[in-house]
Design a protein around this ligand. Structure first.
Ligand code: PRP
Length: 209
């Protein structure tokens, strides 16, 4: 049978995922020395790993071309869940926050607020919960810039250490929700390759608790 194929989020979560796979005994030299290659063999052929951007990890898993994925809860919350979320891997911990310029009374006044974010669905859900109508502007990166140049009243973004907010004179108005890396599985793979997936899940559970 073909090895299980796992989609890993490249960048921020990559190093911690490799550390975790090594901890449970899988050789990850191909990932560490990947160069520009995108499909890699792990654990001497035990798994095939593909590296992708976070939202694409979900796409590959949903379409069943990857059996498993490692992706942040932020991307899951933004992109929906037509897959199984198997395990909280305990790394990549950060939080979603609503932030604005320091000292600004964000909720003051009756005008509709404008929020810049990379996460429009998360932002919409957060303000819907408050029954508050906002205008959302989608930004692709460095969202903290938007209120500084007057594009928005606030932002909904990821805060890890808080240093980006601090360095730019912004502050947290409200915490939205906690985030961490998750192991996800394609729904069909979970039925067809139950034993292999459960074995890996158990090994990961043992080192993430
Ligand atoms: C993320 C996030 C914040 C920053 C938070 O951005 O969007 O900008 O990290 O981290 P901190 O609280 O530790 O300062 P990322 O580095 O992924 O870049 P991007 O905004 O360009 O996507």
């Amino acid at each position: 049978m073909k090895p299980l194929r796992i989609a890993l989020t490249k960048g921020r979560l990559e190093k911690s995922t490799v550390e975790l796979l090594e901890k449970i005994g899988y050789n990850c030299d191909e990932i560490k020395n990947k160069g520009r290659r995108l499909i890699l063999s792990v654990g001497g052929g035990a798994f095939e790993v593909v590296l992708a951007k976070a939202a694409d990890v979900i796409t590959y898993v949903e379409h069943g071309v990857c059996d498993l994925g490692v992706v942040g809860k932020d991307t899951i919350l933004e992109n929906g869940t037509s897959f199984y979320e198997l395990l909280d891997l305990g790394f990549g911990k950060c939080r979603f926050a609503l932030a604005a310029k320091k000292g600004q009374d964000f909720y003051a006044g009756y005008n509709t607020k404008t929020i810049a974010t990379k996460y429009p669905n998360v932002t919409r859900a957060f303000f819907d919960d408050k029954n508050m109508d906002v205008r959302i502007i989608k930004i692709e990166g460095s969202v903290e810039l938007a209120p500084l140049v007057g594009l928005s009243d606030g932002i909904v973004d990821i805060v890890e250490t808080g240093s980006t907010l601090k360095a730019n004179g912004l502050e947290v108005i409200e915490w939205v929700t906690g985030i961490s890396a998750r192991l996800i599985a394609n729904t069909a793979s979970l039925k067809l390759r139950k034993k292999e997936i459960e074995d890996l899940q158990k090994k990961l559970e043992a080192v993430t608790q």
